[in-house]
Design a protein around this ligand. Sequence first.
Ligand code: PLP
Length: 391
Amino acid sequence: MQRLQSGRHFLQIPGPTNVPDRILRAIERPTIDHRGPEFKGLGLEVLEGIKEIFQTKQPVIIYPSSGTGAWEAALVNTLSPGDRVLMYDTGHFASTWHKLAGKLSLDAQLLHGSWREGAKPEEIEQALVEDKDHTIKSVCVVHNDTATGITSDIPAIRKAIDRAGHTALFFVDTISSLGSIDYRHDEWGVDVTVGGSQKGLMMPPGLSFNAISKKALVASGEAKLPRSYWDWEDMLNANKQGVFPFTPATNLLYGLQESILMLLEEGLDQVFSRHSRLAEATRAAVQAWGLELNALNKSEYSNSLTAVVLPQGHDADAFRKEVLECFNVSLGNGLGRLNGKVFRIGHLGDLNEPMLLGTLGAIEMGLELAEIPHRPEGVRAAMSNLIENNR
Ligand code: PLP
């Protein structure tokens, strides 16, 4: 029999994340006329404010869509049918972006990865050096692969592209790092950065972003892939006046206004260090339980989520079901080839120490109930780690 569950549901998947009350209250305002004078103020404020989150001075486009739409927008605005695109298989999301590129009639090449390590700059460099005629038009990398809990080194990949002396555009997916792991669109020389609202921005799903470099804008003038809804030109022209070429997601823009305010009030550096602290405590718990992290390299551990490998013979989905039914805590499932083998702990967005400890406590109890071999010392290890890092 399903138990009645009291108290707050803990949404500890790696996005969508908890939506804080301030943002919920901002969204529940009455919808206004998106062609009226009041809207322009909102439009101009969010279009300007979101640039700070991407750490860019260049335009950022806001779409009423999930992140997948912004992936598609990045490709159709800059490329032509048959163009070669180089991608790195860091995990489920990189491989999904690759499939999408194929459906758009791009010639997308996927460099093989183990799903336990980040994108390797030297392999990207090698592929670009071999492409003497510069037929590769874009390199696409997922900054933080949400399926594997691994963060790739974007500045190192930028340097690899430069060392190869290659002209390809550089596209980065920051859907599960924006607003939780340091990311700098301008300084890191990225041409299109793709983002989404439902993770570090603490918003519901429904908005996505393209931050655009000057080089990407020039490429969009020559690109031949068909585009209409995703067209940057129509958006950028309308955005100059603070409006959109079609009906915007007005209430989500109210939420975005509040989200930007909250992130800047805390300060991006503080936001990043809070995520780093909570992630480190999570890993301390996993190690104390004697379980295995999916990520192999310390320097690539994700600060927005942790993917935990269960011992062979134990089903991660059965374990997650136990934790949800007994303790009202949602954990992320294993995606693609990791299905049933790993569970994922989301520790991004509007989160603090007690919320994390509640989550880790539920996991520790779940491990015992599901009879998964472990040492019941994870919560204590996380607490010790948090005490040290808050001194
Ligand atoms: N890229 C990454 C890294 C993601 O985590 C996700 C979704 O979780 C996506 C792309 C796809 O975004 P959406 O589901 O919002 O379309």
